[in-house]
Design a protein around this ligand. Sequence first.
Ligand code: HEC
Length: 131
Amino acid sequence: MIKNLFLVFCTVGLFVAAIQREQKNNSFSASTQLLADSVDVETGLALDPNFMIVKAQCTGCHSPKLILQHRFTRDEWLSKIRWMQRNHKLWDLGQTEKTVLDYLAKHYAPNQAAYSRREPLRNVKWYKLEE
Ligand code: HEC
């Protein structure tokens, strides 16, 4: 009798654990979806109408991570492009140069964090710990 009761408890327990796991998995896929809406999953580059042009011009020679790791002003991005053209056989970007610069200045400017974190705390009230 007690043995049977034990078995019933175990079965119910497993069942509840399975449901909880299912719910966890669902929230995980929801957050990946959110990420996929703003960032290209393959390259990690920000998605906007100019993304494809930037992907075509800027990911042929090196990992897009080289872009993601940096924050530059528009002028600094331009000088990086000139530097690659002088030293690393980057081609003339032609009419797409303006588009590429618009995109880089919009998404990878100095004031943009490389990863998201919370805002700094404001109006913090400090107090002395008593000994
Ligand atoms: C023809 C090949 C080529 C293409 C296309 C190219 N790059 Fe580069 N890029 C390089 C090379 C080579 C380096 C140096 C890599 C290293 O140091 O390991 C580099 C380095 C960089 C760096 C790092 C600069 C630094 O100061 O360390 C950034 C940022 C960068 N590229 C951005 C871009 C962007 C934006 C584009 C699109 C306009 C682009 N690259 C297209 C060849 C290229």
